[in-house]
Design a protein around this ligand. Sequence first.
Ligand SMILES: [Zn+2]
Length: 66
Amino acid sequence: MVFGLGKKKFEFSCQSIGMNCGFAVKKASSEEELLEILKVHAKVAHNLSNIPEDTLNKIKENIKKV
Ligand SMILES: [Zn+2]
């Protein structure tokens, strides 16, 4: 077995949850990493210092594994 090859990457775009925003996270190596990037983005671009629970659930549903 070779580890590290064919590992899934996690992607998310704000548009997928109906945000009028062109931001997308690509090639995060884990869901946690993706959410960390997104938290920073939400703060800066959407004025959300905390992502609400329902939005967070929506985000998780729309994370693509590629
Ligand atoms: Zn956005």
